[in-house]
Design a protein around this ligand. Sequence first.
Ligand code: GNR
Ligand code: NI
Length: 168
Amino acid sequence: MALLKILIFPDQRLRTVAEDVLEIDDEVKKLTSDLLETMYKGNGIGLSATQVNIHKKIVVVDVSEEKNSPLILINPKVEILDPEERTYSEGCLSVPGFYEEVKRPSKIKITATNLEKKEFSIEASDLLSVAVQHEMDHLEGRIFVDFLSNLKRQRIRQKLIKKSKVAV
Ligand code: GNR
Ligand code: NI
């Protein structure tokens, strides 16, 4: 197990589009275990490989109260089951300290591969739906701040640059 370093917005590497996982090998298994450890340590409900600068389609999610229900999604695909939008105040481990309302379709169907190389599908609503859509955005190089006004996004950007001395 290892804690991984999380990229912070506006790091351009967060804009990389992830590639399909072609083989579920020991490297992928190690990465999912490290992603889970890093997510739990950061009190997150999800984490994508993109955020730790690994540009493969792998995300982990755990929206349980007890933090004992990890969900691993490899090469996830999403289908919208109910396009009616719900608003949720989102945060992101790559945008620390900022929470803003984002609207997303309320109900989705996720199809993905698990570590046993089996394809599975689940339906998600509420927080799980929000978390999975947020994570899948990361795999496409999107961040929740992209849904905000330019003004709000620029303010967040400036504050995080001042704080972390990140190169832009
Ligand atoms: O920990 C997280 N909380 C959260 C809250 C509302 C909507 C999405 C999220 S995901 C976030 C962890 C993270 O940054 N995942 O990419
Ligand atoms: Ni995030």
